[in-house]
Design a protein around this ligand. Sequence first.
Ligand code: F6R
Length: 243
Amino acid sequence: MKIVIAKNYRNMSRLAADQVIEQIRNKPSSVLGLPTGHTPVELYHDLVLAYQQEIIRFKKIVTFNLDEYAGLESGDKRSYHTYMKTNLFNKIDIQSKNIHILDGATKNVKRECVRFESEISRAGGIDLLILGIGMDDHIGFNEPGSDFKSRTRLVKLAETTREANSKYFGSLKRTPTAALTVGIGTIMEAKKIILLADGKKKAEAIARAVNGKIDPQVPASILQKHPDCTFILDKGAAAKLKS
Ligand code: F6R
């Protein structure tokens, strides 16, 4: 894997945006895999700016989000559907038929997960997948112990993940206990992957993923085996890497 160290969160986001812009310019019908959470907020901001400045268009772009909380309706203000609309989709010219986000409120989880996987295949696979990383090394919501061959499914969230996300729900008690997520097998099939991480609190997770052994207890460690994976980190997240 390739490691790029940016001086701060702002620069990390800018470097990631440059890569996404290049991808879109090279292939205007690219299929993108997208994360939510704190990490990509500025990346999305930069992509919106690039759209407003007519550097890129999203008319032919197809997107697949990595995950959604189980039990949340898409209209819920804390859902990843709402997050994506607020941070990106409502501000660009993407066509709603090209947006794919798992339905966390589905009554038929199995069918929903199979549908998602088959839509990824029908789109020709993911060209560029952006990832964040959890403090426990999760990617998507594939928590430690997830099978490296796993596909889209319902998962239980680790307590550390619930704690990290409880700020969006007001309390730990109100934070969902489960989510629908693409699998590690699904992630590894993306043609190109960029993982973003900022801040010292991610430094241990990054060091385990990059310098540690490939181990299902460290889900992000499997990225060492991906043929085209770049980690774009700020100095804080890179602080514990062996040089
Ligand atoms: C969210 C996702 C997660 C987050 C990770 C980091 O769609 O897939 O893996 O990327 O939990 O979250 P933040 O960026 O909030 O630290």
